[in-house]
Ligand binder design. Structure first.
Ligand code: PEP
Length: 252
């Protein structure tokens, strides 16, 4: 049976110059080498994408953008399209990160358009979903996550639904040092997979990778990755240092 290949993604947000990004990738590849049984995805800022692409030579490493615009081209000052990201060598694009939703006001509808735009350009979206603390505390986690997933997959082909990567990132755990417990992560991941099976198809849902994100660190990576429905990680803060990110890539 086809297996879900673990995917570890680094979201550098608005950190690192071109020089710092290149130095990081060179050191990471020197220390970790080729990666064969997992995928390592790096999402540097837009400014460093081309330079990172040039030095990303070891097998198993892939380039991602942290965002894209939903239109292919036009008068959208300051925006970057999926086609431009593909052109610079991206394979993945993070869509609907909680900072895009909550700081920049992206809605489920915008995110749906971005997912479709990414696929149209040959990029694989990493769709971020997750509840804020007040939603968790009022027992609305499943409802919120369900709506986010349902809206984003509307109109996808079965092949696209199978390729889509979903990242469950409880907003209260992002950059706060508060990680969801492995049981809390597993509970939501299993729910997402079950809903995905109902929305798409069971075979597709069994092949779709669901990542966890939210204060992942070297000391919690193994217990999170031991959960049956946790297929990888989206890492912010701990992906900025080679030492901690290298340990996270090498989860057991
Ligand atoms: C993120 O930015 O997606 C993230 C999970 O950040 P952190 O690991 O710092 O919580």
């Amino acid at each position: 049976m086809e297996k879900r290949i673990p995917l570890i993604a680094a979201n550098w947000k608005m950190h690192k110059t071109v020089g710092e990004s290149v130095a990081f990738i060179e050191e990471l590849q020197r220390e970790v080498g080729a990666v064969t049984d997992r995928e390592v995805v790096i999402a540097p800022p837009f400014t460093a994408l081309a330079a990172v692409r040039r030095v990303m030579t070891a097998p198993g490493y892939r380039l991602a953008s942290q965002n894209c615009h939903q239109e292919a081209k036009g008068a959208f000052t300051g925006e970057v399209s999926g086609g431009m990201l593909k052109d610079v060598g991206c394979e993945y694009v993070i869509v609907g990160h909680s900072e895009r939703r909550h700081v920049f006001g992206e809605t489920n509808e915008t995110i749906r358009l971005k997912v479709a735009a990414a696929f149209a350009c040959g990029l694989v979206p990493i769709l971020c979903v997750g509840e804020v603390l007040a939603e968790r505390e009022s027992n609305r986690t499943f409802k919120v996550v369900d709506e986010q997933v349902q809206s984003a997959v509307l109109g996808l082909t079965p092949q696209q639904a199978r390729e889509l990567v979903i990242a469950y990132e409880p907003v209260w755990a992002i950059g706060t040092g508060k990680t969801a417990t492995p049981d809390q992560a597993q509970e939501v991941h299993a729910f997402i997979r079950e809903r995905y099976a109902a929305l798409c198809d069971k075979t597709v849902a069994n092949l779709t990778r669901i990542l966890y994100g939210g204060s992942v660190k070297p000391d919690n990576v193994d217990s999170l990755m031991a959960q049956p429905d946790v297929d990888g990680l989206l890492v912010g803060g701990a992906s900025l240092e080679v030492g901690s990110f290298k340990r996270i890539i090498r989860f057991v």
